[in-house]
Design a protein around this ligand. Structure first.
Ligand SMILES: Cc1ncc(COP(=O)(O)O)c(C=O)c1O
Length: 348
Protein backbone atom coordinates (compact mmCIF):
# COMPACT_ATOMS: atom_id res chain seq x y z
CA UNK A 1 0.00 0.00 0.00
CA UNK A 2 1.45 3.36 -1.05
CA UNK A 3 1.50 5.83 1.82
CA UNK A 4 1.59 9.48 0.83
CA UNK A 5 2.31 12.29 3.26
CA UNK A 6 -1.06 13.31 4.71
CA UNK A 7 -1.05 16.84 3.27
CA UNK A 8 -0.15 15.58 -0.21
CA UNK A 9 -2.95 13.00 -0.13
CA UNK A 10 -5.42 15.68 0.94
CA UNK A 11 -4.42 18.52 -1.38
CA UNK A 12 -6.15 19.20 -4.69
CA UNK A 13 -3.16 20.39 -6.74
CA UNK A 14 -2.94 23.48 -8.93
CA UNK A 15 -4.78 23.61 -12.26
CA UNK A 16 -2.87 25.75 -14.78
CA UNK A 17 -4.59 27.61 -17.63
CA UNK A 18 -5.83 25.40 -20.47
CA UNK A 19 -3.20 24.70 -23.17
CA UNK A 20 -5.13 23.34 -26.18
CA UNK A 21 -3.36 20.83 -28.44
CA UNK A 22 -4.44 22.79 -31.50
CA UNK A 23 -3.39 26.16 -30.01
CA UNK A 24 -2.85 27.63 -33.48
CA UNK A 25 -6.56 27.42 -34.26
CA UNK A 26 -7.44 29.72 -31.34
CA UNK A 27 -6.85 33.31 -30.48
CA UNK A 28 -5.15 32.36 -27.25
CA UNK A 29 -5.66 34.96 -24.55
CA UNK A 30 -5.90 32.73 -21.48
CA UNK A 31 -2.42 32.46 -19.93
CA UNK A 32 -0.93 35.95 -20.31
CA UNK A 33 1.64 34.87 -22.86
CA UNK A 34 3.25 37.48 -25.07
CA UNK A 35 1.84 37.73 -28.61
CA UNK A 36 5.26 38.66 -30.02
CA UNK A 37 8.16 36.25 -30.56
CA UNK A 38 11.27 36.36 -28.36
CA UNK A 39 14.06 38.71 -29.46
CA UNK A 40 15.96 37.46 -32.56
CA UNK A 41 19.10 37.72 -30.39
CA UNK A 42 17.55 35.16 -28.02
CA UNK A 43 16.85 32.74 -30.85
CA UNK A 44 20.45 33.17 -32.09
CA UNK A 45 21.88 32.64 -28.61
CA UNK A 46 19.86 29.43 -28.15
CA UNK A 47 20.87 28.17 -31.60
CA UNK A 48 24.57 28.80 -30.82
CA UNK A 49 24.27 26.92 -27.55
CA UNK A 50 22.39 23.96 -29.08
CA UNK A 51 25.50 22.14 -30.22
CA UNK A 52 28.11 19.72 -29.04
CA UNK A 53 28.61 21.73 -25.82
CA UNK A 54 25.37 20.25 -24.51
CA UNK A 55 27.28 17.18 -23.34
CA UNK A 56 28.73 19.40 -20.59
CA UNK A 57 26.80 20.50 -17.51
CA UNK A 58 25.75 24.14 -17.48
CA UNK A 59 27.26 26.80 -15.20
CA UNK A 60 25.72 25.95 -11.81
CA UNK A 61 25.72 29.64 -10.84
CA UNK A 62 24.09 30.99 -14.06
CA UNK A 63 26.74 33.71 -13.93
CA UNK A 64 26.26 35.39 -17.32
CA UNK A 65 22.53 35.78 -16.88
CA UNK A 66 22.94 37.10 -13.32
CA UNK A 67 25.58 39.60 -14.42
CA UNK A 68 23.33 40.84 -17.20
CA UNK A 69 20.41 41.21 -14.75
CA UNK A 70 22.69 42.96 -12.27
CA UNK A 71 23.82 45.49 -14.89
CA UNK A 72 20.24 46.13 -15.97
CA UNK A 73 18.76 46.62 -12.50
CA UNK A 74 21.80 48.07 -10.72
CA UNK A 75 22.52 45.20 -8.30
CA UNK A 76 25.63 43.16 -7.58
CA UNK A 77 25.03 39.60 -8.92
CA UNK A 78 25.18 38.32 -5.32
CA UNK A 79 21.67 39.85 -4.96
CA UNK A 80 20.27 37.79 -7.83
CA UNK A 81 19.28 34.15 -8.33
CA UNK A 82 18.06 32.73 -11.62
CA UNK A 83 15.26 30.19 -11.60
CA UNK A 84 13.58 27.64 -13.80
CA UNK A 85 10.46 29.81 -14.04
CA UNK A 86 9.50 32.17 -11.23
CA UNK A 87 7.39 29.30 -9.87
CA UNK A 88 10.64 27.57 -8.91
CA UNK A 89 11.84 30.51 -6.85
CA UNK A 90 8.42 30.96 -5.19
CA UNK A 91 8.58 27.29 -4.20
CA UNK A 92 12.11 27.63 -2.85
CA UNK A 93 11.19 30.73 -0.84
CA UNK A 94 8.55 28.67 0.94
CA UNK A 95 10.98 25.82 1.47
CA UNK A 96 13.56 28.26 2.89
CA UNK A 97 11.29 30.22 5.19
CA UNK A 98 8.15 28.26 6.10
CA UNK A 99 8.44 24.98 8.00
CA UNK A 100 5.68 22.51 8.77
CA UNK A 101 2.80 24.29 10.53
CA UNK A 102 4.28 27.79 10.05
CA UNK A 103 2.18 30.50 8.44
CA UNK A 104 2.41 32.05 5.00
CA UNK A 105 -0.10 34.57 3.67
CA UNK A 106 -1.30 36.18 0.48
CA UNK A 107 -4.09 38.37 -0.80
CA UNK A 108 -7.10 36.68 -2.32
CA UNK A 109 -7.71 36.98 -5.21
CA UNK A 110 -4.17 36.75 -6.50
CA UNK A 111 -1.95 33.85 -7.58
CA UNK A 112 -3.34 30.82 -5.76
CA UNK A 113 -0.26 28.73 -6.55
CA UNK A 114 1.36 30.21 -3.39
CA UNK A 115 -1.24 28.24 -1.42
CA UNK A 116 -0.54 25.02 -3.30
CA UNK A 117 3.22 25.36 -2.72
CA UNK A 118 2.63 25.98 0.98
CA UNK A 119 0.37 22.94 1.26
CA UNK A 120 3.09 20.74 -0.25
CA UNK A 121 5.42 22.04 2.42
CA UNK A 122 2.88 21.49 5.21
CA UNK A 123 2.84 25.22 5.99
CA UNK A 124 -0.36 26.94 7.09
CA UNK A 125 -2.00 29.37 4.67
CA UNK A 126 -3.89 32.53 5.55
CA UNK A 127 -5.52 34.76 2.97
CA UNK A 128 -6.65 38.38 3.20
CA UNK A 129 -9.52 39.64 1.06
CA UNK A 130 -9.81 42.98 -0.74
CA UNK A 131 -12.08 45.89 0.13
CA UNK A 132 -14.29 47.55 -2.51
CA UNK A 133 -11.40 50.01 -3.01
CA UNK A 134 -9.13 47.06 -3.80
CA UNK A 135 -7.15 47.37 -0.58
CA UNK A 136 -6.15 44.28 1.40
CA UNK A 137 -8.47 43.89 4.38
CA UNK A 138 -7.60 42.95 7.92
CA UNK A 139 -3.82 42.52 7.90
CA UNK A 140 -2.76 42.96 11.55
CA UNK A 141 -0.56 45.97 12.44
CA UNK A 142 2.08 43.59 13.71
CA UNK A 143 1.77 40.34 11.84
CA UNK A 144 3.92 37.32 12.57
CA UNK A 145 3.97 35.26 9.41
CA UNK A 146 6.97 33.65 7.79
CA UNK A 147 6.22 34.93 4.28
CA UNK A 148 3.69 37.27 2.76
CA UNK A 149 3.21 37.12 -1.02
CA UNK A 150 1.99 40.34 -2.59
CA UNK A 151 1.30 40.10 -6.31
CA UNK A 152 2.02 43.52 -7.79
CA UNK A 153 0.46 44.24 -10.26
CA UNK A 154 -2.32 42.06 -8.90
CA UNK A 155 -3.19 39.06 -11.03
CA UNK A 156 -5.86 38.51 -12.21
CA UNK A 157 -7.30 41.97 -11.46
CA UNK A 158 -4.47 44.12 -12.82
CA UNK A 159 -4.42 46.94 -10.25
CA UNK A 160 -1.25 47.98 -8.38
CA UNK A 161 -0.36 48.86 -4.82
CA UNK A 162 1.64 52.02 -4.18
CA UNK A 163 5.28 51.69 -3.14
CA UNK A 164 4.32 53.54 0.02
CA UNK A 165 1.75 50.87 0.88
CA UNK A 166 4.22 48.07 0.14
CA UNK A 167 6.88 49.65 2.39
CA UNK A 168 4.32 50.10 5.14
CA UNK A 169 3.20 46.47 4.83
CA UNK A 170 6.81 45.26 4.98
CA UNK A 171 7.17 47.20 8.24
CA UNK A 172 4.22 45.38 9.78
CA UNK A 173 5.58 41.91 9.07
CA UNK A 174 8.03 39.97 11.19
CA UNK A 175 8.66 37.75 8.17
CA UNK A 176 9.60 38.31 4.55
CA UNK A 177 7.49 40.25 2.07
CA UNK A 178 7.75 38.69 -1.39
CA UNK A 179 6.61 41.11 -4.06
CA UNK A 180 5.72 38.91 -7.03
CA UNK A 181 6.45 41.20 -9.97
CA UNK A 182 5.55 38.75 -12.73
CA UNK A 183 3.85 41.64 -14.54
CA UNK A 184 5.86 44.65 -13.30
CA UNK A 185 7.41 45.29 -16.72
CA UNK A 186 3.97 46.40 -17.91
CA UNK A 187 3.52 48.77 -14.93
CA UNK A 188 4.88 52.23 -14.13
CA UNK A 189 6.61 51.29 -10.87
CA UNK A 190 8.39 48.38 -9.21
CA UNK A 191 9.79 47.53 -5.78
CA UNK A 192 13.49 47.15 -6.59
CA UNK A 193 14.29 50.24 -4.48
CA UNK A 194 12.54 48.61 -1.53
CA UNK A 195 14.78 45.55 -1.89
CA UNK A 196 17.73 47.95 -1.43
CA UNK A 197 16.27 49.91 1.46
CA UNK A 198 14.35 47.33 3.52
CA UNK A 199 15.86 44.09 4.73
CA UNK A 200 12.75 41.91 4.47
CA UNK A 201 11.63 42.62 0.88
CA UNK A 202 12.24 40.14 -1.94
CA UNK A 203 11.20 40.71 -5.56
CA UNK A 204 10.46 37.87 -7.98
CA UNK A 205 10.32 38.25 -11.76
CA UNK A 206 9.52 36.04 -14.72
CA UNK A 207 10.66 35.96 -18.35
CA UNK A 208 7.37 34.30 -19.34
CA UNK A 209 5.40 37.47 -20.00
CA UNK A 210 7.38 40.58 -20.95
CA UNK A 211 10.29 38.62 -22.51
CA UNK A 212 8.09 36.16 -24.50
CA UNK A 213 9.83 33.17 -22.94
CA UNK A 214 7.06 31.17 -21.21
CA UNK A 215 8.21 28.07 -23.09
CA UNK A 216 11.78 28.42 -21.81
CA UNK A 217 10.91 28.48 -18.08
CA UNK A 218 12.94 31.37 -16.70
CA UNK A 219 12.52 33.55 -13.65
CA UNK A 220 14.59 35.22 -10.98
CA UNK A 221 14.58 36.68 -7.50
CA UNK A 222 16.31 39.85 -6.34
CA UNK A 223 17.02 39.97 -2.63
CA UNK A 224 19.71 40.53 0.00
CA UNK A 225 22.73 38.23 -0.43
CA UNK A 226 21.80 36.29 2.76
CA UNK A 227 18.45 35.35 1.22
CA UNK A 228 20.04 34.52 -2.14
CA UNK A 229 22.60 32.32 -0.35
CA UNK A 230 19.78 30.42 1.39
CA UNK A 231 17.93 29.95 -1.91
CA UNK A 232 21.15 28.70 -3.49
CA UNK A 233 21.40 25.95 -0.87
CA UNK A 234 17.95 24.69 -1.74
CA UNK A 235 17.69 24.81 -5.52
CA UNK A 236 18.72 22.00 -7.85
CA UNK A 237 22.38 22.79 -8.47
CA UNK A 238 21.92 22.81 -12.26
CA UNK A 239 18.49 24.43 -12.18
CA UNK A 240 19.00 26.31 -15.47
CA UNK A 241 20.10 24.39 -18.53
CA UNK A 242 22.56 25.85 -21.05
CA UNK A 243 19.86 26.97 -23.47
CA UNK A 244 17.92 28.78 -20.74
CA UNK A 245 21.03 30.57 -19.47
CA UNK A 246 21.92 31.76 -22.96
CA UNK A 247 18.33 32.84 -23.56
CA UNK A 248 18.13 34.78 -20.29
CA UNK A 249 21.35 36.72 -20.89
CA UNK A 250 20.40 37.56 -24.49
CA UNK A 251 16.85 38.59 -23.55
CA UNK A 252 18.04 40.95 -20.82
CA UNK A 253 20.71 42.49 -23.03
CA UNK A 254 18.32 43.28 -25.91
CA UNK A 255 16.41 46.04 -24.13
CA UNK A 256 15.52 47.78 -27.36
CA UNK A 257 13.44 44.83 -28.57
CA UNK A 258 11.99 44.29 -25.09
CA UNK A 259 10.84 47.91 -24.78
CA UNK A 260 9.36 47.85 -28.25
CA UNK A 261 7.16 44.81 -27.44
CA UNK A 262 6.15 46.07 -23.99
CA UNK A 263 5.19 49.47 -25.41
CA UNK A 264 3.02 47.88 -28.09
CA UNK A 265 1.26 45.68 -25.51
CA UNK A 266 0.59 48.69 -23.26
CA UNK A 267 -0.83 50.65 -26.19
CA UNK A 268 -3.09 47.74 -27.17
CA UNK A 269 -4.17 47.36 -23.52
CA UNK A 270 -5.29 51.00 -23.46
CA UNK A 271 -7.18 50.68 -26.74
CA UNK A 272 -8.81 47.36 -25.74
CA UNK A 273 -9.89 48.60 -22.28
CA UNK A 274 -11.60 51.64 -23.84
CA UNK A 275 -13.30 49.45 -26.47
CA UNK A 276 -14.64 47.11 -23.76
CA UNK A 277 -16.06 50.04 -21.81
CA UNK A 278 -17.83 51.24 -24.95
CA UNK A 279 -19.76 47.95 -25.08
CA UNK A 280 -20.77 48.27 -21.44
CA UNK A 281 -18.08 46.19 -19.72
CA UNK A 282 -16.51 47.26 -16.43
CA UNK A 283 -12.73 47.16 -16.70
CA UNK A 284 -10.29 47.55 -13.83
CA UNK A 285 -7.44 49.81 -15.04
CA UNK A 286 -4.66 47.31 -15.62
CA UNK A 287 -0.90 47.50 -15.18
CA UNK A 288 -0.40 43.95 -16.48
CA UNK A 289 -0.59 42.34 -19.93
CA UNK A 290 -4.23 41.39 -19.30
CA UNK A 291 -7.45 43.02 -18.20
CA UNK A 292 -10.17 41.79 -15.89
CA UNK A 293 -13.50 42.64 -17.51
CA UNK A 294 -17.02 42.26 -16.18
CA UNK A 295 -19.97 42.09 -18.60
CA UNK A 296 -23.17 44.02 -17.89
CA UNK A 297 -25.01 40.89 -16.63
CA UNK A 298 -22.01 39.84 -14.49
CA UNK A 299 -22.02 36.39 -16.08
CA UNK A 300 -18.40 35.44 -16.75
CA UNK A 301 -19.27 31.87 -17.74
CA UNK A 302 -21.47 33.11 -20.58
CA UNK A 303 -18.73 35.35 -21.94
CA UNK A 304 -16.09 32.63 -21.62
CA UNK A 305 -18.31 30.14 -23.46
CA UNK A 306 -19.38 32.62 -26.15
CA UNK A 307 -15.75 33.47 -26.90
CA UNK A 308 -14.73 29.83 -26.78
CA UNK A 309 -17.39 29.02 -29.37
CA UNK A 310 -15.74 31.67 -31.57
CA UNK A 311 -12.31 30.11 -31.04
CA UNK A 312 -11.13 32.78 -28.61
CA UNK A 313 -9.71 31.45 -25.36
CA UNK A 314 -9.80 33.63 -22.24
CA UNK A 315 -9.60 32.73 -18.54
CA UNK A 316 -12.68 32.29 -16.40
CA UNK A 317 -12.27 31.50 -12.70
CA UNK A 318 -15.05 29.66 -10.85
CA UNK A 319 -13.95 31.32 -7.60
CA UNK A 320 -16.99 33.30 -6.34
CA UNK A 321 -14.86 36.48 -6.09
CA UNK A 322 -14.00 36.26 -9.80
CA UNK A 323 -16.81 34.33 -11.51
CA UNK A 324 -18.58 37.54 -12.63
CA UNK A 325 -15.84 38.42 -15.11
CA UNK A 326 -13.11 37.08 -17.35
CA UNK A 327 -9.39 37.75 -17.56
CA UNK A 328 -8.30 38.50 -21.08
CA UNK A 329 -4.61 38.56 -22.02
CA UNK A 330 -3.47 41.32 -24.35
CA UNK A 331 -2.58 39.91 -27.75
CA UNK A 332 -1.78 41.72 -30.98
CA UNK A 333 -3.95 44.67 -32.00
CA UNK A 334 -5.60 42.46 -34.63
CA UNK A 335 -6.39 39.70 -32.13
CA UNK A 336 -7.93 42.24 -29.78
CA UNK A 337 -10.01 43.79 -32.57
CA UNK A 338 -11.41 40.35 -33.34
CA UNK A 339 -12.11 39.82 -29.64
CA UNK A 340 -13.99 43.12 -29.39
CA UNK A 341 -16.00 42.14 -32.47
CA UNK A 342 -16.90 38.79 -30.87
CA UNK A 343 -17.90 40.50 -27.61
CA UNK A 344 -20.09 42.96 -29.55
CA UNK A 345 -21.88 39.98 -31.07
CA UNK A 346 -22.30 38.40 -27.64
CA UNK A 347 -23.82 41.56 -26.17
CA UNK A 348 -26.02 42.39 -29.20
C1 LIG B 1 1.46 36.27 -10.51
C2 LIG B 1 2.27 35.19 -11.13
N1 LIG B 1 3.40 34.80 -10.54
C3 LIG B 1 4.17 33.84 -11.06
C4 LIG B 1 3.82 33.21 -12.24
C5 LIG B 1 4.68 32.10 -12.75
O1 LIG B 1 5.53 32.49 -13.74
P1 LIG B 1 6.60 31.51 -14.39
O2 LIG B 1 6.10 31.20 -15.76
O3 LIG B 1 7.87 32.29 -14.41
O4 LIG B 1 6.72 30.30 -13.52
C6 LIG B 1 2.67 33.59 -12.90
C7 LIG B 1 2.29 32.91 -14.15
O5 LIG B 1 1.25 33.07 -14.71
C8 LIG B 1 1.87 34.61 -12.34
O6 LIG B 1 0.71 34.98 -12.92
Amino acid sequence: MIQLRKNIAEMAGYVPGFQPEDAASYIKLNTNENPYPPSPQVIDAIAKEAGEGLRRYPDAASRLAREEAGRLYGFDPSWIIMANGSDEVLNNLIRAFAGEGEEIAYVHPSYSYYGTLAEIQGARVRTFGLTEQLEPAGIPDAYACRLFFLTNPNAPLGFTYTQRYIAELAGRLSGVLVVDEAYADFADENSLDLVRSLDNVVVTRTFSKSYSLAGMRLGMAIARPEVIAALNKIRDHYNLDRLAQAAAAAALSDQEYFLHCVTRIKETRGWFSAALEKIGYQVIPSSGNYVFATPPDRNGTRVYQGLYDRKILVRHFTDPKLAHGVRISIGTREEMERTVQALRELEA
